[in-house]
Design a protein around this ligand. Structure first.
Ligand code: OMP
Length: 307
């Protein structure tokens, strides 16, 4: 699956991913009203609006980007109707030829991880009929439970040509509380990165592994260190834009071949219409504002890489 992602990154010259993290406050009135007219002022009405909001953004940016990353909590907050909107978003993005990274941050004891892996990446057979429940292409995984929490995902990645990004050093301000702690003289994130490199060897797909890492754009020096420890693992880099990451911070996350990293922006793209910088588009043209924000992000990232 990483081969397919790389092919799209190269074809579009676009190492970026748009995070589809809808919040009620980002959805313009005209979209909300469509949902409410159909399903009333209910969770189902909001969920319909969320799907329509995502669809309009996807329609306006899909030619510029290789992938999207819907964040599951942003849908789960609206209950089962929200989960349905997540499912519809995954299918629609795939219809438009995009790779889908389901940001679900799962991981548990082996038997439970196996169920997550089946539900999100794999398939289940009921009376000779096979179903693929969520069918994302990649997911995000929390490694806190160790190898037996990861192995079931690896197994399904190999049987279904899927992939995962394992949290190594997260972008948030307090990520260091545990992740930077020294153990045997090395920060915990280094131990996790070494594990990602070795888990990744079991899951190679061309020059890169279907097992990647998540490292926040907000820690560029750590990104440089981790890039060396995981030469064959793609790094998903969130934290661009709304969390302060800039193009210049991102160069260290890439390999010399110009590959190896994919940069995420969520609020910076989907809520661009609410920023002063894009106010000329107005609420009705929110998806045009998103397109302009993608173009600006691409210019920034390509410019930094060209230097
Ligand atoms: O796994 C992630 O995607 C993730 C890891 C991390 O360290 N930091 C981080 O922000 N994320 C996610 O990346 C997205 C960032 O959103 P914005 O800050 O709006 O661009 C959210 O969906 C976060 O849940």
């Amino acid at each position: 699956m990483i081969k397919q992602l790389i092919e799209k990154i190269e074809t579009k010259d676009s190492p970026i991913v748009v995070g589809l993290d809808p919040q009620l406050k980002f959805i313009p009135e005209r979209i909300l009203n469509i949902g409410f007219e159909q399903f009333g002022e209910t969770l189902a009405g909001v969920a319909e609006a969320i799907f329509l909001f995502n669809k309009e953004i996807i329609d306006n940016v899909y030619d510029l980007i290789p992938a999207v990353k819907p964040q599951s909590a942003m849908y789960e907050q609206f209950g089962s109707a929200g989960v349905k909107a997540f499912e519809r978003t995954v299918s629609y993005a795939k219809e438009k030829g995009l790779v889908v990274i389901g940001d679900i941050k799962r991981g548990d004891i082996g038997s439970t991880s196996e169920a997550y892996a089946i539900g999100h990446l794999g398939s289940i057979t009921i009376k000779n009929k096979t179903f693929k429940p969520f069918d994302e292409d990649f997911i995000t995984v929390n490694p806190y439970l160790g190898s037996d929490g990861i192995n079931p995902f690896t197994k399904v990645c190999n049987s279904h040509n899927k992939g995962m990004f394992v949290l190594v050093k997260t972008s948030n301000p307090s990520s260091g509380e545990f992740q930077d702690r020294l153990i045997d003289g090395k920060p915990l994130y280094v131990h996790v990165a070494e594990k990602v490199a070795s888990w990744g060897e079991e899951c190679m797909d061309g020059d890169y592994s279907n097992i990647g890492a998540v490292v926040g754009a907000t820690y560029p020096e750590i990104g440089k260190e981790l890039r060396k420890i995981m030469p064959n693992n793609y790094i998903l880099v969130p934290g661009y834009g709304a969390q302060g990451g800039k193009g210049a911070d991102l160069v260290n996350f890439f390999n010399k071949d110009g590959l190896g990293a994919i940069i995420n922006s969520s609020r910076g793209i989907i809520a661009a219409w609410q920023q002063e910088k894009y106010s000329e588009f107005g609420e009705d043209n929110f998806a045009d504002a998103s397109r302009k924000a993608v173009v600006d992000m691409l210019d920034d990232v390509r410019g930094a890489l060209a230097k």
